[in-house]
Write a protein of this length. Structure first.
Length: 407
């Protein structure tokens, strides 16, 4: 007689059940922690919503300020849009993307508001400038006695309209530019060479040595023959520096300069060439550019090297590395033609033309920045931060400049 084999029924034991329940409780606790913790999903989503709403609120507040107070006042008065001074005879843009400081606050010459409706026309008919914030004047200006072991502490007295160094009081009136220089690196991409020119804005050990290296303000050997004096350069520099200290920044022309120092989109660019060309305007060397830009009664000067450095600092990393898409032509182009070459609402910084500054180097040269269409045509792409030196009496058709507007 066959014995029937009894099949064992498999089931869950009490111990396994208890362990399973415990694991589920732990998982539930972890899930609740992830969702509800201060850095959890719900809180992060709420924070994202709040950040967006705050951003929208700030945009609207700025728009309201511009709508309620669009101009720069009258009779030389200065008004403010989000703590940024708007000079008399100018209005802050109401166009999205142009109306916040972090993205590049744009002002337009004239009293009519600039909105999306008339924006296209305003770009080509009205001078434009972009606000460059300078939180600490000591990052841009120092006194002649600054050194690595004895660093400046400049203090602006608005009542006395003085900018003095509390570290070196004996030389407080000799204000000079704090210039940031560094070395190149490069990489090869096919037939192109991409250059990087990084700048360390934490440095405070710069020194001013007259007639040696990069420094400003100072004359060079050709200035006397072109009626440029050290007294004029020092006076202009001091006026600019005190304005920046008082107002927390300055304005830079949105485009490379045009005839008469204009800053408009689509204009022929003024260069240090001796004759007119088909797509540019010729000036009388560096001195022609300098005199076309300098309008002291309008608070305008050719950009100083220390101001240019602050522009690079404001823009950030992208202004310190070359890009092969920023120069699209192999000849002179009208201003503002390449939307790729636009950083913080400032055009043509990396391409089109080199840009001369007031900065001196040794006893013969002036400094210029950026790159130009000719270099790009040869496959060499330098950043906006790049610094070169040249003879200011040279008749260069690849060199232009920038206007700075101070208050």
């Amino acid at each position: 007689m066959k014995k029937q084999r009894r099949r064992k029924e498999k089931g869950i034991t009490l111990v396994a059940l208890v362990v399973t329940i415990i694991v589920l409780i732990i998982l539930a606790g972890v899930t609740l922690y992830i969702v509800l913790d201060q850095n959890g999903i719900i809180n992060n989503e709420q924070q994202a919503v709040e950040d967006y709403e705050n951003s929208q609120r700030e945009e609207q507040e700025l728009l309201n300020q511009v709508m309620n107070n669009p101009g720069g006042g009258s009779g030389g008065e200065i008004t403010y849009v989000r703590d940024v001074p708007i000079p008399s005879g100018y209005v802050a843009s109401q166009v999205p993307g142009e109306n916040t400081v972090p993205r590049g606050l744009v002002i337009y010459e004239g009293t009519d508001p600039v909105t999306e409706a008339n924006h296209a026309e305003a770009l080509t008919t009205r001078n434009q400038y972009v606000w460059i914030p300078v939180e600490d004047i000591n990052s841009m200006v120092m006194c002649e006695s600054n050194s690595g072991t004895s660093q400046c502490n400049l203090v602006y007295d608005e009542e006395e309209d003085t900018l003095t160094c509390t570290t070196h009081p004996d030389t407080a009136t000799e204000l000079v530019g704090r210039l940031y220089t560094t070395t190149y690196t490069s990489t090869t991409e096919g037939d192109n060479t991409i250059y990087t020119y990084e700048m360390d804005f934490t440095k405070r050990d710069q020194t001013y040595t007259e007639g040696s290296g990069h420094h400003e303000p100072n004359t060079v050997s050709y200035d006397a023959d072109n009626s440029l004096t050290i007294e004029q350069l020092k006076s202009d520099f001091t006026a600019m520096a005190k304005s920046v200290a008082k107002n927390g920044g300055f304005y830079i022309s949105r485009y490379e300069v045009g005839e008469g120092g204009n800053s408009k989109k689509g204009q022929a660019v003024l260069t240090a060439g001796s004759s007119d060309g088909s797509n540019y305007l010729g000036a009388n060397m560096w001195y022609g550019l300098y005199n076309s830009i300098r309008k002291i009664d309008e608070n305008k000067q050719m950009i100083w090297g220390c101001q240019y450095d602050q522009v690079i600092k404001f823009i950030g990393e992208q202004a310190q590395v070359g890009h092969s898409d920023r120069n699209l032509t192999t000849t002179h182009a009208l201003s503002g033609q390449n939307e790729q070459d636009c950083m913080k609402n400032i055009y043509d910084l990396e391409g089109n033309h080199y840009e001369w500054t007031d900065e001196a180097n040794w006893t013969n040269d002036r400094a210029f920045r950026g790159t130009n269409y000719n270099d790009a045509g040869n496959g060499n792409f330098s950043p906006a931060s790049d610094r070169y030196d040249g003879n200011p009496t040279g008749s260069s058709s690849v060199g232009s400049s920038r206007t700075t507007l101070y208050l």
